[in-house]
Write a protein that binds this ligand. Structure first.
Ligand SMILES: Nc1ncnc2c1ncn2[C@@H]1O[C@H](COP(=O)(O)OS(=O)(=O)O)[C@@H](OP(=O)(O)O)[C@H]1O
Ligand SMILES: Nc1ncnc2c1ncn2[C@@H]1O[C@H](COP(=O)(O)OP(=O)(O)O)[C@@H](O)[C@H]1O
Length: 211
């Protein structure tokens, strides 16, 4: 295993029950649905709707939400570029563990930088030659997100009271390699249930909803 960082004299310990056996127990394949997009684009709403839909179909999933993780695991991180990079790295590693546990892990973070998203993708081994990291891009215009502004953060950012806010004075690098792109249709944002349905269909089609 070439995954060591600063630790020395560390060995990998293999456990007798492996991912395949856990997946059989759960009748699904572990994977990561990674939702990226601007603040207010609907990431958390989609993550929760998708989690509910999977649950009602008898599938075990778990949501890793950027905001929530910053209350605990990532409470020591801010929004400077290097902090966002570390945030994404940690969540990528946790998501990998959840997928190894056999769960459908739904990660919803702004994850604005392409290189961080790409590093995260590289962490995850393919499931039988199928990419086990499904990138979902909430491609909603800034005007829509800013118009929603449920937490009033865009307003603060425009007033210069929050510095380095994504989409205002910190970049959002749109992905060019996403598996699913969700956008407005004729100027109308699809309902969360419709978007969740698209993701479920994708997972089903790729065989993740069976062992
Ligand atoms: N400067 C700045 N830029 C962007 N967002 C900010 C900032 N400060 C606070 N917030 C709030 O933090 C939420 C984003 O956290 P993430 O962990 O998803 O961000 S990142 O992926 O590390 O960029 C984000 O939540 P969402 O609105 O759910 O995306 C914001 O509520
Ligand atoms: N598909 C949708 N259609 C209409 N409003 C939505 C939709 N998805 C989310 N919203 C609303 O937009 C706001 C931001 O959604 P949220 O899921 O918190 O976004 P994010 O997690 O990307 O910041 C919330 O007020 C939410 O109710």
């Amino acid at each position: 295993m070439a995954t060591l960082g600063n630790s020395a004299n560390i060995f990998w310990h293999e456990c007798p029950v492996g991912q395949a056996e856990r997946q059989k127990l759960l009748n699904q394949k572990g994977c990561v649905v990674w939702i990226t997009g601007l603040s207010g684009s609907g990431k958390s709403t989609l993550a929760c709707t998708l989690g509910r839909e999977l649950h009602s179909r008898g599938h075990l999933s778990y949501v890793l939400d950027g905001d929530n993780l910053r209350h605990g695991l990532n409470k020591n991180l801010g929004f400077a570029p290097e902090d966002r990079t570390e945030n994404i790295r940690r969540v990528g590693e946790v998501a990998k563990l959840f997928a190894d546990a056999g769960l459908i892990c739904i990660a919803s973070l702004i994850s604005p930088y392409r290189k961080d998203r790409d590093s995260c993708r590289a962490l995850l081994p393919d499931a039988n030659f199928i990419e086990a990291r499904i990138l979902v891009f909430m491609n909603m215009p800034l005007s829509l997100c800013e118009g929603r502004d449920p937490k009033g953060l865009y307003k603060l950012a425009r007033a210069g009271k929050i510095k380095g806010f994504t989409g205002i004075d910190d970049p959002y690098e749109a992905p060019s390699n996403c598996e699913i792109e969700l956008r407005q249709i004729n100027g109308v944002c699809p309902a969360p249930s419709e978007m969740a349905g698209k993701v479920v269909s994708y997972l089903d089609g790729k065989g993740f909803l069976q062992a």
